[in-house]
Design a binder for this molecule. Structure first.
Ligand code: ADP
Ligand code: MG
Length: 687
């Protein structure tokens, strides 16, 4: 399949430069990317109903015979085509806009299917601009599941699905799995799997396709970490440390006392660092459990031993915030830290200077985004690498530091609530610490799940909180106008709405991922320093941000997010001493969304939420409620597919026990495949 990465998407029929740009917005550049753009959901076309049974204002399919001939009418520059359709004695008027050609297509006396919304116009039934199908066409649709894809403005589902139809045909792949595994897991071929995940003819086929694709994701990933583990198992460190007074002095000076859980985890980290072996530890803790301070303690200990330490964050915003917080501490408590911030916003010239100073050891704490810290920088003696908010199980990121030949101590901090049994598999090469306690002074967040009618009240509530000197977040799923079938709120328009709805003195601003880093930082700084009262944002603020003065979060179209993601978002409030409030606006009309969101309404505990979410999900909820957009796995879900994950983990152990280098005839194809595909996880050549 890797060869498909070399085939640009413009090689597909119907995709020119302009359309390619739209695809690029979804990070789809080549046929391989396209094939991995999985449907968010499937639409099933229901059987047609009789007019007498059809509910007004609902979308239905009617099987109608055209009565009389069609008429075209011109109203200004609009052509309106009218037809009358009948079934079983009842009649409905069909109206089409700018489709004069229908005159030649819809024949009086013939029968077609019409799908659209039924409207009652003062006693007269009307369907406007329905989709029209022949009986054969509709039969085909009814048999299959139609994919609905994640989209972007001006890119329609039809365009994606047309391109996808060509893409699935271009797959040529030889099987790399041995027969016994194929049969043990009842796996279909990979080509078939791609065909059926995009265009399943029935539900069962889609499940089989998904099973194959999930298997592959877990299998390759787990093989990668097992091989990595064998390599990194408890090496002697070249950065031995001793306990110094600075860290404990800092701890005593803090305005608060560490929780029992923080103290316990700090002991574990200290023990690792002084053990003479290379540390490889994951710290797990719910949002707001206070992981940052643990990172700072570890950095202080590293620096006071004469080494450098790095702290990597997934976003510039978070990196900047960590940097500023650490600078404050360094000044206030006279710590021997010389921190530097390394992000994309730093100019090339400044970067060169910073690199030189890092190499000379003039900076001893380097804080920045992943990419920058890993690239090009030569360190004098980088003894500790901390990764904050690591949702991804980024083996590659962990690995890249040890590859430089001087294995640093590694500390990964994650707020993703993964049950221990799964964490042991997914972070198989790491030791695990859990911060399982929140600071004692916290008031639990008060939640509510409400419909869109509640909006005016929510705005009033925000106004009141701002009057008290607090701040608010408003989260929208989209950046700007979108082409999704159901309209979703977007940051740009919503900001205007709020500026109108709220009194002029309330300062409203916005933040989204498409803004330039410099603009983003400015907005975030203004919000953190209280110069913005209400921040309308996409989920870019999901990760790690700490503005304890923000006490309200209103989440629009809340049903469109995964529960774990909503929990992360909500974790941005309730960080100070004041009471905080989270308002989930549910704009879906089905009961299941309400039921799902109610879990958040009743609990602020990330582990509990993840478990309950799982219980509610039937096999039908395969897509759309992904845990988080940036997980390592594109289709598999560690919660939903936890059984498969555990089973694959066993299989991987068995295979490596049988043939640890994958060179026997039975596994040689697998070995070759891995060399080609594991690069995405680790640099295989270094093994
Ligand atoms: P997270 O675990 O989500 O990264 P942070 O480290 O950002 O959480 O901490 C959240 C807030 O709690 C911060 O404002 C921090 O100063 C505060 N905090 C951390 N530990 C304690 C504690 N033991 N007692 C009181 N407040 C604390
Ligand atoms: Mg954090």
């Amino acid at each position: 399949m890797n060869d498909l990465k070399n085939i640009p998407i413009t090689s597909l029929k119907g995709i020119g430069e302009k359309t390619a740009k739209l695809f690029a917005k979804l990070n789809i550049h080549n046929v391989y990317d396209l094939l991995h753009h999985f449907p968010r959901d499937y639409v099933t076309y229901e059987s047609p109903v009789l007019l007498s049974d059809a509910k007004e204002d609902s979308i239905v399919t009617l099987k109608l015979t055209i009565a009389g001939s069609l008429r075209n009418k011109k109203v200004r520059n609009l052509t309106i085509t009218n037809a009358m359709g009948r079934d079983n004695g009842a009649a409905i008027s069909l109206t089409f806009f700018n489709s004069p050609f229908l005159l030649n297509i819809l024949k009086p006396g013939s029968t077609y299917l019409f799908r659209g919304k039924i409207i009652n116009e003062s006693g007269r039934l009307v369907m406007e601009q329905p989709k029209v199908y022949t009986q054969e066409e509709y039969q085909k649709l009814m048999n299959g599941l139609q994919p609905s894809y994640p989209l972007t403005a001006h890119l329609t589902n039809h365009m994606v699905s047309k391109a996808m139809k060509q893409a699935v045909l271009s797959i040529t792949e030889e099987e790399y799995l041995p027969d016994n595994i194929l049969s043990e897991y009842a796996l279909i071929s990979k080509k078939q799997a791609f065909m059926d995940i995009h265009f399943p003819t029935c539900y069962e086929d889609m499940l089989k396709a998904r099973n194959r694709l999930c298997f592959d994701e877990f299998f390759v990933f787990l093989l990668a970490i097992r091989l990595l583990k064998d390599k990194s198992e408890a090496q002697d460190t070249i950065y031995p440390m001793i306990e110094t007074a600075q860290a404990s002095r800092f701890m005593e000076q803090l305005p608060y006392k560490l929780t029992g859980a923080q103290q316990k985890v700090w002991e574990e980290v200290k023990e690792d660092l002084t053990s003479g072996k290379t540390m490889n530890r994951l710290i797990q803790g719910d949002v707001g459990s206070g992981k940052t301070i643990l990172a700072f303690l570890a950095l202080i200990m590293t620096v006071s031993n004469g080494y450098q330490g790095a702290l990597m964050a997934p976003t510039e915003i978070l990196a900047t915030q960590h940097f500023e917080q650490l600078m404050d501490f360094a000044n206030k408590y006279h710590l021997p830290l010389k921190p530097v911030l390394l992000t994309g916003s730093v100019s090339a010239k400044n970067k060169r200077e910073i690199y030189a100073k890092i190499e000379a050891g003039d900076f001893n704490v380097i804080i920045g985004t992943h990419a920058l810290i890993q690239e090009k920088v030569n360190y004098k003696n980088l003894a500790l690498v901390i990764t904050d908010e690591q949702h991804r199980f980024g083996v590659k990121q962990r690995e890249s530091f040890s590859r430089k030949g001087q294995a640093s101590h590694i500390l990964v901090m994650s707020a993703t609530p993964i049950p221990r049994s799964l964490a042991i598999i997914l972070y198989g090469d790491m030791h695990l610490s859990v911060v399982d306690e929140l600071p004692a002074n916290r008031l639990p967040i008060k939640n509510c799940v409400v419909g869109k009618n509640y909006r005016p009240k929510a705005y009033e509530f925000i106004e009141k909180e701002v009057a008290k000197g607090h701040q608010a977040y408003v989260i929208c799923p989209m950046v700007d106008e979108n082409d999704e079938d159901s309209p979703l709120e977007n940051v740009i328009d919503y900001t205007l709405t709020l500026k109108n709805e709220l009194p002029d003195k309330i300062r409203v601003s916005y933040l989204h991922g498409k803004m330039k880093p410099i603009e983003k930082n400015k907005v975030m700084e203004d919000f953190a320093s209280g110069n913005i009262d209400v921040l309308v944002s996409t989920t870019v603020i999901e990760v790690g941000i700490n503005v304890p003065n923000a006490t309200v979060m209103m989440i629009e179209n809340a049903q469109r997010f995964g529960l774990a993601q909503l929990h992360q978002l909500r974790g941005r409030i309730g960080r100070g001493n004041a009471q905080s409030y989270c308002i989930f606006i549910n704009t879906a009309e089905n009961d299941s969304s309400k039921e799902r969101l109610d879990i958040l309404n009743h609990s602020n505990d990330g582990f509990f939420i993840a478990q309950e979410d799982l219980k509610l999900r039937g096999p039908g909820d395969l897509f759309g409620i992904r845990q988080s957009g940036d997980m390592e796995f594109r289709i598999a879900d560690i919660y939903q597919d936890s059984k498969l994950l555990k089973k694959v983990s066993k299989t991987v152990d068995e295979i490596l026990l049988e043939d640890e280098h994958l060179q026997s005839p039975k596994y040689s194809r697998l070995g070759t495949y891995l060399t080609q595909n594991m690069a995405k996880f680790i640099d295989f050549t270094s093994i």
